[in-house]
Design a protein around this ligand. Structure first.
Ligand SMILES: [Zn+2]
Length: 80
């Protein structure tokens, strides 16, 4: 199996502060050890995977929901 194909996958990285999503290659794919940083607030972007759809910036409800769920989700993610 070729790993080259994986490099075409762009993950959605989000910034909760700016309520923005950015399509970037996964850190794993580019072999980076550091995180992607939000170009606006310089915060660390959260990797939401390939299928995640970023809510509209004006959709406060969706973003609040994400902010509530993410800490738990991330802890789980890091455990595995
Ligand atoms: Zn930001």
């Amino acid at each position: 199996m070729s790993y080259g194909a994986f490099q075409n996958y762009k993950h959605t990285f989000i910034c909760l502060e700016c309520r923005k999503g950015f399509k970037k290659p996964s850190l794993w794919a580019v072999g980076r050890r550091s995180e992607w940083v939000c170009p606006q607030c310089k915060g660390i972007l959260i990797d939401m995977g390939i299928k995640f759809k970023t809510p509209k910036m004006s959709d406060l409800k969706a973003w609040n929901n994400l902010a509530l769920k993410l800490p738990r989700w991330l802890r789980q993610y890091q455990k595995n």
